[in-house]
Design a protein around this ligand. Sequence first.
Ligand SMILES: Cc1cc2nc3c(=O)[nH]c(=O)nc-3n(C[C@H](O)[C@H](O)[C@H](O)COP(=O)(O)OP(=O)(O)OC[C@H]3O[C@@H](n4cnc5c(N)ncnc54)[C@H](O)[C@@H]3O)c2cc1C
Length: 400
Amino acid sequence: MSNNKKILISGASIAGPTLAFWLTRYGFDVTIIERSKSLRLGGQNLDIRGAGRAIVRLMGIEQEILDANTGEIGLQFVDSDNKVKAAFPSDGPGSFTSEAEILRGDLVNILYNSTKDRAKYVFGIFVTAINQTGDEVEVTFNDGKTETFDLLIAADGVRSTTRQLIFGDEPQLKFTGLYNAWYTIPKIDTDTQWARWYTAPGSRVILIRPDNHGTMRASFSFLSEDKGYQKLPNSEQKKILKEKLSGAGGEAERLRAEVEKNDDVYFDAISQVHAQKWFSGRTGMIGDAAYCPTPLTGMGTTLAIVGAYLLAGELSRHANHEDAFVAYEKRMRPFVEDVQKLPPGVPWLAHPKSKFGVSVVNTVAGILASGLVKKIGKLFSSKNEDVTKDKIELPDFKKT
Ligand SMILES: Cc1cc2nc3c(=O)[nH]c(=O)nc-3n(C[C@H](O)[C@H](O)[C@H](O)COP(=O)(O)OP(=O)(O)OC[C@H]3O[C@@H](n4cnc5c(N)ncnc54)[C@H](O)[C@@H]3O)c2cc1C
């Protein structure tokens, strides 16, 4: 086992707690810090696919995840009057709604509960400075305190500031041309167990999905140049969202009214992270911080879970952290590069500009739904190609 026993993880969402789960199982002393004052439980559905599913099975939480299923029965394409133009029931690996469809917040809670007794969680804290010596890494926090650790791993998402402290500007954020906001809205009489996809002119899409908490999860996406909206304060972001929703038709007015009331709107410029290096000395990064593939791939959560499992495993079987990092990267990088390839036309195809474009989307969806092809995801994203993409070896680290 590694000599580097005291590990700090920054970020308590998916990648961080999964890493903590495995590290504590191998006998490491783990602290997780989270910038927010409590767990951030917002967001829509996340898929856990292929190798990610195999790992949650090993963690003993697969059944809990399946039990927390959102109850979504499939995807409908609707027009501005909410009339169904095409329907894709959830019926197997090719469908938009997967079997292990869980709300992000439910998954974060499950991971937190399965680690909170073995790892130390500290909320409302983030790293402001890092000083590496050969033997340790000294970390300064926003409260002015300092502490030394053997290793520091950033798992704090696509906009990681810890990554910036470690690597500066080297990691590239590649904007896909799409902005997306997610937030929770009250359920109303016309909501069903179907997810409803409404394509609006002006390159806008509204997706409303049922959840298992008696509410609905709204997603609003639109094409745009990079305008830096992601850097604005929450109140400014809400203004932009209301402007963009204006005149979109369908349920846009409902979403406009609700955005104001919501205190955890997650709004981002959908971007991939490409980094030449994932490690530097005694520091490194995993999950979206290191290799965000974007929700357009449907694989961000799977990558976060797989990366955490492999990194913990390699640290458990190498005495030297640098050897562990090299072994981990050799396994993980080809998988990441494969997942990050977006098919041509994503995300533009699903966000037409004109009314004519909208009618083409609905007509094509209708033809596909008529029985020829049920794998609707192929048209709009790469999310259903994971069957071929999930080819990564998962060693049994306990045996080696
Ligand atoms: C609030 C929220 C809502 C989301 N909603 C969706 C969604 O609806 N659909 C979807 O596909 N993906 C969504 N995502 C992204 C999704 O969770 C990730 O793509 C994926 O699961 C990989 O997880 P991760 O743990 O690497 O990163 P993330 O899930 O992004 O988690 C990063 C964590 O680090 C924390 N953090 C950030 N900066 C710091 C810091 N400096 N120090 C300490 N902690 C920090 C964040 O608060 C967060 O808890 C959402 C993420 C968040 C944070």
